[in-house]
Design a protein around this ligand. Structure first.
Ligand code: PLP
Length: 392
């Protein structure tokens, strides 16, 4: 049966959705039930790194589905081992635990750090996180996040996440105590409005965490897997984290996440961590296909080049229309507006067939597929320019 607006009533209302039903997607384009096409600069919230329904993922899913879908995490499976090997080969880390969402990978990171604290740091368990951070929606990750609007929700929260300020090293130093086991942050705070950790801050954090004998945990759920023009965000800084989490791009649109850590930190014992779907063959095959594409010669260079082009077009637009700062890296960008017109601009772009997002009322965010073309960037800028003539 075709979906009709009446079907909306069967869903819990967890976000304000426009009354559009998407039915198909290809590359940078989505199609709704009426046949209208949309240029997609949201891409499943920076998830579809290869765009909608890319051939490599379609093939990986259909081949693997016919071969083996899930043999239970109680056993090794072939694709699980191959994907873990690939992540280890391409990162500075040594061991992987697979999960199904970013929040779950982050929960795993916190559990690993707390276990490590129990074994090596006198039971230290606190993890310093940043104001405005976003680490997911489980109860513990809502505590780890620094979203002011979440403070009154679902009380009481999970304790153990004191806050510091991004790019203010002295605020982190002041928060370190006996019971601190680590510091966790996003190299770019995406949901907060694309705020980039500075080189000085990240290097300073690495030095501080070494000096205090605590862990540096990078939430690379949004910045990992090519989003910043390098495979992992930490590569821009010349620092190595002790623990890193990945999700979003790793699955290219399907639920797949990973917790990756240095050997010396890997202290889970049998029974400490798990999950029925974790490491299932089907999702692993997708991760292998995604990494296969991203590590092909020239892929990330092309992404980085597209990012420089997107940046220059956004800066030009901002200059012409009295906009504000343009921030980001690779293919994750924000454009500040002079007024709180973000939500109206997003709605008007949607009417004109463009999907973008406003993480804050005065900020627009752009997170296209890593395969976005200069022509698609021009098309997006063209629509935005039209909209700026009506709303600024
Ligand atoms: N961490 C960061 C940096 C994110 O951007 C997100 C999602 O937007 C998450 C964690 C949560 O990931 P998920 O929605 O897959 O649980």
């Amino acid at each position: 049966m075709a979906a009709t607006p009446n079907s909306f009533n069967s869903l819990m209302e967890i976000t304000k959705r426009p009354p559009i039903i998407f039915v198909e997607g290809q590359g940078s384009w989505l199609k709704d039930a009426s046949g209208k096409q949309y240029l997609d600069f949201v891409q499943g919230w920076a998830v579809n790194c290869l765009g909608h329904s890319p051939k490599v993922i379609v093939e990986a899913i259909s081949k693997q589905a016919a071969r083996l879908i899930n043999c239970s995490p109680a056993y090794y499976n072939e694709t699980m081992i191959r994907l873990a090997d690939l992540l280890v080969k391409h990162s500075c880390l040594n061991r992987v635990f697979f999960a199904n969402s970013g929040a779950e990978a982050n929960e795993g990171a916190v559990k690993l750090a707390r276990k490590w604290g129990q074994k090596h740091k006198n039971g230290a368990y606190e993890i310093i996180t940043m104001d405005h951070a976003f680490h997911g929606r489980t109860l513990a990750m809502m505590s780890a996040s620094g979203k002011a609007e979440w403070k009154p929700l679902y009380e009481p929260k999970v304790p153990g996440f004191p806050k510091a300020v991004l790019n203010d090293l002295s605020s982190v130093r002041a928060a370190v105590q006996e019971k601190t086991v680590g510091v966790m942050l996003e190299p770019i705070q995406g949901e907060a409005g694309v705020f980039v950790a500075t080189d000085e801050f990240m290097k300073g954090l690495r030095d501080l965490t070494r000096e205090k004998g605590i862990l540096l945990i990078l939430d690379e759920i949004q910045t990992g897997i090519g989003r910043t023009g390098k495979l992992f965000g930490y590569e821009h800084y010349g620092v190595e984290p002790d623990i890193m989490t990945l999700a979003k791009g790793l699955g290219g649109g399907v639920p797949l996440a990973a917790l990756v850590a240095k050997e010396r930190v890997c202290c889970f014992e049998v029974g400490d961590q798990g999950g029925t779907f974790n490491g299932n063959s089907l999702m692993m095959a997708v991760g292998i296909a995604v990494l296969g594409e991203l590590t092909k010669p020239g892929f990330l260079e092309k992404t980085a080049k597209a990012g420089v082009y997107l940046q220059s077009r956004l800066e030009e637009l901002s200059r012409q229309w009295g906009g504000g700062e343009v921030r980001g890296k690779g293919l994750l960008w924000a454009l500040d507006l002079s007024k709180e017109t973000g939500p109206q601009i997003v709605d008007e772009c949607l009417n004109r067939g463009l999907l973008i997002n406003a993480p804050r009322k005065n900020t627009l965010r752009f997170m296209p597929a890593l395969t976005v073309t200069p022509e698609e960037i021009d098309r997006m800028i063209g629509i935005l320019r039209e909209v700026f003539q009506v709303i600024r």
